[in-house]
Design a binder for this molecule. Structure first.
Ligand code: 4AD
Ligand code: MG
Length: 433
């Protein structure tokens, strides 16, 4: 007997009326006695196989009882259009082969708590919503590269092991580097500044690390960040870029990951509203919003989770908050020449309470001022000598930002917590699996 051709579920539309082979895992099943329904997933999608008693050999029909959840199976059958089936196609099964029987798969169809699911992340990834999330993540990663490549940015990979802090010294992961202290990178920014002086427009995209001591729905210890940096750019320019970027990302997901958004029950009408222009407000205006909402907040302080939630719920689109007080921002931020207490900084907060997805701004480009800042922030000047060189040799105004991938996914996909937006989350005191 000739074996039908193996195909992926996502390609079934090209094989209507043909007999094909699907190689995957049993996701779910039910039976009416004379008809078995097998829901199989193969990584590319989900399909329902219909097994009729009078159309398959008895031993194939009787295999049903052995087909436990997450057993690996091969289905053969004829592809039929079925508008009511998820994905739009169904398989009229001719043969079933059990490849490996899974015994007592721990994740069942009932609701499990997060404490149960997280240590089983390696299996949880197979669940439908998690599958949809990872496909959205993968598409976003591609969209990020496409956006910058279309605009002729050069991708420059930043190192992971670094000798100095970028975003404050309290969240550093320290390691021993041949007897010297080294830290896992908090941000590739300083290296992108160097690269921007070589290539004009650059970006890096990779994992970054922060020993965040707080447990929130927005913080991971290891997260992915994309960081563009542009020579001769100002705060204004970088806000324009950030706006174009986020519009592009949302459009791409709406265009290519509709099915996944549906699985996640995402209200896409909210995403359709993400169009230019985004509101741009001063930090001081954001403070007014917080105070009007009745939150106890001391003007001049940085926003915490609650404040971000309130600001971000006040707009239907992402909002850009700029001109934060300089003292709550990093050492490298350029100050507004007209208001030296304020920095040329910007955060973009996603709507629906998701909060900050982007942080960035214009960089201090004057040598003397930067030296003074490094001293004021009690940072070791010798570690930043190379960085100061950028202000010694052909310094120019420049600006950039960092977008956190997991926070962006959580917002676009509509999941509350960033831990579901990364395949294997690194959380406070949790590194398994
Ligand atoms: O605002 P942050 O700290 O900015 C920087 O690191 C700059 N050096 C970037 C630059 O200008 N090149 O971080 C940027 C973004 C945040 O807006 C957030 O989306 C994400 O990175 N982020 C985190 N995401 C998950 N878990 C954490 N612990 C995060 N910390 C920051
Ligand atoms: Mg920030």
């Amino acid at each position: 007997m000739s074996r039908p051709k193996p195909v992926y579920i996502e390609d079934l539309k090209h094989h209507v009326g043909q007999e094909v082979e699907i190689r995957g895992w049993l996701y779910n099943k039910r039976s009416s006695g004379k008809i078995h329904f097998l829901i199989v997933r193969d990584g590319s999608g989900f399909v329902q196989g219909v097994v009729l008693k009078n159309q398959v050999p008895e031993e194939v029909f009787d295999l049903y009882d052995e087909l436990t959840l997450e057993s690996s199976v091969i289905l053969r059958g004829v592809v039929r259009e079925e508008p009511r089936a998820p994905g739009g196609y169904e398989l009229q099964v001719t043969d079933v082969q059990l490849v490996h029987q899974a015994k007592d798969y721990p994740i069942t169809k009932k609701e499990h708590g997060i404490g149960f699911l997280l240590p089983r992340r390696h299996l949880w990834l197979r669940s439908r919503k998690q599958w949809a999330l990872m496909r959205i993540r993968s598409e976003l990663e591609k969209a990020i590269a496409d956006f910058f490549e279309d605009r002729k940015f050069v991708r420059i990979d930043a190192p992971i092991l670094t000798p100095a802090a970028v975003e404050g010294t309290t969240t550093l992961f320290e390691t021993d580097y041949f007897g010297e202290k080294a830290y896992l990178s908090q941000s590739g920014q300083l290296y992108m500044e160097a690269a921007a002086m070589a290539h004009g427009k650059v970006y890096c995209f990779g994992p970054t690390f922060r020993a965040e001591k707080s447990k929130t729905r927005r913080h991971l210890m290891e997260f992915w960040m994309v960081e563009p940096e542009v020579a001769y750019a100002t705060l204004e320019d970088i806000m324009d870029l950030a706006e174009d970027f986020v519009v592009y990302l949302v459009e791409r997901i709406l265009e290519r990951r509709r099915e996944e958004l549906k699985i996640l029950e995402r209200d896409t009408s909210k995403l359709e509203k993400v169009k230019k222009p985004f509101p741009r407000i001063y930090y001081s205006e954001a403070v007014n919003i917080i105070q009007a909402a009745g939150l106890p907040f001391k003007p001049g302080e940085d926003f915490g989770g609650d404040e971000e939630t309130v600001i971000s719920e006040s707009f239907e689109k992402p909002v850009m908050v700029h001109h934060y007080p300089a003292r709550i921002k990093a050492f490298y931020m350029k100050r507004d020449p007209k208001e030296p207490d304020l920095s040329l900084s910007v955060d973009m907060l996603a709507p629906e309470g998701y909060g900050e997805i982007i942080g960035g701004g214009q960089r201090e480009d004057d040598y003397e001022t930067l030296v003074q800042r490094i001293r004021e922030y009690n940072l070791p000047l010798e570690s930043y000598e190379w960085y100061l060189d950028l202000r010694r040799y052909g310094s120019v105004p420049h600006a950039g930002f960092g977008l956190g991938l997991e926070r962006t996914i959580a917002w676009i996909a509509g999941v509350r917590h960033v831990r579901e937006a990364i395949p294997f989350p690194r959380l406070l005191e949790k590194i398994y699996p």
